[in-house]
Design a protein around this ligand. Sequence first.
Ligand code: HEC
Length: 454
Amino acid sequence: MSRSLVMVVGLMVACDSGSPKVDDSTDALTEATWYQDVGPMLLDKCGSCHKDGGIGGFSLERYEDATPWADAILDAMESGRMPPWAARVTDDCNPPVWFKDDPRPSDDDISLVRAWIDNDIAEGEPLTLDPPAGPGLADVQTEVTLQAPFEVSGDHDIYQCFRVEVPHDQDVWITGLEVISDNDLVVHHALVWNDPENQSLDLVNEEGNYPCSGEPEVWPTDLIGGWTPGAPPIESPENTGTLFKAGASLVVNMHYHPTGNTTELDQTSFKLRWTTEKPAQYTTFYLVDIPFGAEVQPGPHDSDGAEFLIPAGLEQHKETVVLDTYDYLPFDVPVFGVMPHMHYRGVDMKVYLENDDDPEDTCLIHTPDYRFDFQQIYSYDGEISEMPVLKPGGRVRVECIYNNSESNPFMDEALAATGDTSLIDVRWGEETGDEMCMAIVGLVLPPIELSSWL
Ligand code: HEC
């Protein structure tokens, strides 16, 4: 029985309201109302996006906003579409530890919505419901903002890099990052990198930015975190952090999705938490991706050796890429998180570790209903000792399935990205109209500088 159910039942007893309101045969609340039962629960689970001006498209703050959506809400919850969370335990994949912040509603939550609909979507006693402030990052050291508002217009996706100066005059280790999107209408994702040698100084215009692809175009670098609207802050496991040297700046790779008919401004901010004490281990995110050494494996529809080619019209096409770590990770590396990344044609993705000594591969994540619009870093909820381990000489394998046919509900968006009107063969590329098969894998490393061993 959900907490709100208990509360309501308790309240009824206290008021001595007479006839029992719980139907014993089904144990369902037969007089569930919006303001007393369903609204607070939904705002808690859905309110970070379904609020006035939020990315969810409709608000759940008021009864009259929510009622037209009653059946859709139930359907979206029952089917698992909402809240957005793509990771599932499947026959092929049962990660050794599950992930933090799994927002999926309980069966009781779903029953409550059903009971509310059965009760003729009753309003109840009106009161002000506020969306939750969100988890938010605790103990923030500093908040930094893009140097100038950036204009987002046109009808093509924009990838822009921004140099962001961070006041700190000693080496620190970043343990948490929260991205505060300034304009949810156009901010599609943000990748936050470290620029220890301030190479971005030579790349920026007077407003502190430069065009770039999916990468920061500075080296050495570490990915500190990635973010999409609605995603929680990124935190590294206890007693770990990403080295951020005195005087280093950030390079933020913003992916903007223009509205097509308006000019929008964005000046996104970033909250950072760090420690000045050297942690026991370092963290970094590793891109398991073709430009970074991952190799395309032979596939069913290749015509010219192993190639990344998704033929037009195929409803199911699989590409597999493998990153062999050879001997450049000469120690055990626990994996603390993973983010699957494909574009609009991607529908299903699995990421595995292959260690020579292990009889079976370790599945890091399976997203059987992958959606481009709802990507996030999935972080394991456990001690480092419980996390999956990449052993010396091990490999990371990424298996991606694409639907490049009319039955893909996002085909219009995919084709619009390249200006095409009929189905096309698709190859690897960073533009939204191309495809990728990339896993961003969070690694826990010994406390040495990346450049000294990579
Ligand atoms: C991380 C942000 C986010 C959260 C949290 C979220 N939604 Fe959504 N929701 C969206 C976005 C964005 C859309 C816009 C349509 C789309 O892209 O599917 C949407 C669309 C919807 C729709 C209409 C489309 C559909 O799939 O039926 C319903 C209904 C819905 N959400 C219900 C919910 C409910 C109920 C919850 C909580 C249990 C929830 N959402 C939580 C972002 C969110």
